[in-house]
Design a protein around this ligand. Sequence first.
Ligand code: PLP
Length: 454
Amino acid sequence: MRYRSTRGGVRDLSFTEAFLMGLATDGGLIVPEKIPKADLSALKKLDYKDLAFEIFKLFIDDIPLDDLKELVQKSYSAFDTEEVTPVVKKDGVYILELFHGPTFAFKDVALQFLGNLFEYVLKDRNTYINVLGATSGDTGSAAIYGLKGKENVNIFILHPHGKVSRVQELQMTTVEDKNVYNIAIKGTFDDCQAIVKAIFNDLDFKEKYRLGAVNSINWARVLAQIVYYFYAYFRTDVEELYFSVPTGNFGDIFAGYMAKRMGLPIKRLILATNSNDILYRFVNFGDYSKGEVVKTISPSMDIQVASNFERYLYYLFDEDTSAVKDLMDKFLETGVLKFSSDVLERVKDDFESYRSSEDDTKKTIKSFYEETGYVIDPHTACGVYAAKMSNHEDVICLATAHPAKFPEAIFEAIGRYPETPQAIKDLERKEKRFTVLDNSVGEVKNFIEKVLTT
Ligand SMILES: *Cc1c(COP(=O)(O)O)cnc(C)c1O
């Protein structure tokens, strides 16, 4: 399989090259040149790891199969159940539990694999990388757990000092591995992001210290997420297949779209948003226009610009790279894209979308708990709300985080705290390690320099 950019400026990459490039050098996103068809009957009986291996094989042909198999084994042994992503049925909806990884959120599914892949590829090429990123909580901890202890990799993660949740802070800062550097910035998440962006824009510095990213646009992350759509389908017995996906950057739901194009008989994907509704407006009205980010109890969906959306545009416009480039240039300039009714018709063949207000989200947590005794987190609740609004039977709802990550929101909704898994309790006794720095690009650069040169 070869890879190319959605904007046409990069082509004929191998999987490994695509993985290491991350964002395409022409500013686009990397996509496979063809979408392979999956043989459903051959995949049906496989356990999670074998299924992942078979699906990865369709997209990766430059890693020896024995090595790939080992990478998959290693990555998914880090989950607390052999099933990796179990499916449970509650009150007429299926819940696809994606939170059995080390940080209790679905990003582990991709980042555990990514961490092992980084180590493998970098060792193979006899090189190293220093990953730099900013987090408001979830991505940072999943990235740290993916990369901690890996050879040929260091990871520097900036978070806003005192402004991430207690569980997230514990998860990030109690890691003991020497290659993990937590930097608490005296500022906001936006300040952290601005610092990271400024450092990446200093190309000399970036080159000198071999800086890289693990953000959600890496093709390998999308690839890892395709697997559980197949896995869930094989473990349910539904007449018409709908998935409801709590959506932020469009990464998770795009993986579902890929699964559909590979032949999984998905009728439609239900795109669930919170009040940050740019994607809801796109699917319903053809209006993709940037607004202000509002803070909600489902913070991992608090985005306005969906970084993976460009991949869908590429397919919506029949792989026409110049059309994608024009659209993205226009969006960068104006912050607005409007789509015609015939384009919108095609969007609606693949997606439907519902938006959950804060009140809807809390009420959904409450009613679901009262009816089933099962506690869902606020992100999952947006998806369950959307599934109810859709009126389809037997929707498979992606549960993207464990409720214990958001105890305050759960308490507000149902009047009691969710049970804390032992692994989170264990963190409370550990020492936190982080460095507090001013909101200053120079200070962060000095810190990185000092760490890497002494
Ligand atoms: C990241 C995240 C999402 C959103 O996923 P995208 O791939 O950005 O659409 C939803 N729920 C949780 C808990 C997350 O961490």
